[in-house]
Write a protein that binds this ligand. Structure first.
Ligand code: SAM
Length: 426
């Protein structure tokens, strides 16, 4: 691997005697890992059912893996795990101790940290997962829905827009900022050609702006968790020092830098910053829209579909799309919104049609389930129609007991309602 000369020079100076070991780390392939989604299964149970060999454990829910295609397994489609670079899990490790009534992940796509924090929140509180790049926000949404996260929203706004809306509001703001990606040299082919000292400086300037917005949104005694996947001090330690100079109300309570020669991962930096004082502000509640007729149709569906219908606030858009909002959802006025709570489905003026996201978040409560083996699940994921001896109506199609999506049973045949864009490619 041809590393940039200037990068080598800087790392040599910084690491001294450790530099040869650091350089040697570029000779081995990148580490791979998964993190068990404890919203759906405990780490212990996942170990019992693991579909491929698991290596050493990372933290409470992570495991090294060697599997070539871990994203093609039915358990992955069911949201039982998230594929995450091992050192990136350190951010979730640091957030584990944070209070989490209201959390914002400011730079969230594709969703590694969002899904980690969501699992720690266990469905309680409010989690806003934001990604400024709309195309990337759609990938974030897919991951949020696959993992069955119910207690939040997926938005696509600039940090500045959010800072204007949520002054001193969040208990925890995550800022996993765009960076020069020195820890991605092995994983992303553009990381090396795009690296330059000018880019390090550009990233550092952008990170300062993101951090200033993030700071505005942290409530008194709240925390700001800043992270990058680079080693450049301008973006890491010096960035934090500069931040503390600009924001004397904050102190650094924890800082960690993982290097690839000292940790079995590609490298990460994170710093936990605590706001000591300031004024606590409330946000306005989300302006819920009601439709008595749509709710009647939805409740009729619930009676038929669920053993125990979920509780929460129903929100119905003018076009009939319905959502289940968690308690305490704040107003998101002016913010581009990809998802609010759980997408339940759509009322067409007569009937309620459930959404895929409902199956992923709430399908475990379904009365009618088609329980497939892992082999049969692959057929469903390819879009095939199934045979099942169950009463007619909507059903949750599951790999073992874990929902993969919806089906509609008609006289022994189950029509496949897995959205085309989410199917397994043959
Ligand atoms: N937290 C994510 C995860 O764990 O999966 C990874 C986030 S990635 C390191 C940084 C993200 O910041 C990218 O998705 C990028 O689109 C976004 N971004 C780029 N410029 C930004 C800006 N000016 N403000 C906020 N986010 C930005």
């Amino acid at each position: 691997m041809q590393l940039p000369e200037k990068f080598i020079e800087r790392m040599k100076k910084r690491l001294g005697a450790d530099f040869p070991a650091f350089l040697a780390s570029y000779e081995r392939p990148p580490y791979r890992a998964l993190r068990v989604n404890t919203l759906k299964i405990s780490a212990e149970e996942f170990v019992r059912r693991a579909p491929f060999p698991l290596g050493e454990q990372i933290g409470k829910e992570g495991f090294y893996i060697r599997e070539e295609k871990p994203g093609a397994d039915p358990y992955h489609f069911a949201g039982l795990y998230y594929l995450q670079e091992p050192s990136a899990m350190s951010v979730g490790g640091m957030s584990a101790v944070c209070p989490k009534k209201r959390v914002l992940d400011l730079c969230a796509a594709p969703g590694g940290k969002t899904t980690h924090v969501a699992a720690q929140m266990a469905g309680e509180g409010i989690l806003i997962a934001n990604e400024v790049n709309y195309a990337r926000a759609k990938i974030l949404l897919q991951n949020v829905e696959r993992m069955g996260i119910c207690n939040g929203a997926v938005t696509s706004a600039s940090p500045r827009t959010l800072a204007a809306l949520f002054p001193a509001y969040f208990d925890l703001v995550l800022a996993d900022a765009p960076c020069s990606g020195e820890g991605m040299f092995k994983k992303e082919e553009n990381a090396i050609p795009e690296w330059s000292m000018e880019n390090v400086a550009r990233c550092a300037a952008r990170q300062s702006e993101i951090l200033d917005c993030a700071a505005d949104m942290v409530c008194p005694d709240g925390l700001l968790l800043y992270s990058t996947c680079t080693f450049a001090e301008e973006e890491d330690e010096w960035q934090v020092e500069d931040f503390l100079r600009r924001h004397p109300a904050f102190e650094c309570v924890n800082m960690q830098k993982l290097y690839p020669h000292a940790f079995r991962g590609e490298g990460h930096f994170c710093a936990l910053l605590k706001r000591r004082d300031g004024e606590f502000l409330r946000a306005k509640p989300y302006p819920v829209q009601k439709s008595a007729q749509a709710e009647k149709a939805y409740r009729a569906f619930c009676e038929d579909f669920f053993i125990a219908p979920p509780t929460g606030t129903l929100h119905t858009l003018a076009d009939g799309r319905m959502y289940l909002l968690p308690a305490g959802m704040p107003d998101l006025k002016g913010v581009s919104l990809l998802r609010l709570g759980v997408e339940l489905g759509e009322w067409d003026g007569k009937l309620f049609k459930p959404a895929h996201a409902l199956a992923m978040a709430l399908g475990m409560r379904a009365r009618r389930k088609v329980t497939l083996s892992r082999e049969e699940a692959v057929r469903y994921l390819h879009g095939e129609t199934l045979a099942a001896d169950i009463p007619n109506g909507w059903c949750a199609v599951c790999v073992e007991e874990f929902p993969l999506g919806l089906g509609k049973a008609v006289n022994g045949t189950v029509k496949n309602h897995l959205p085309k864009g989410l199917r397994m490619i043959k």
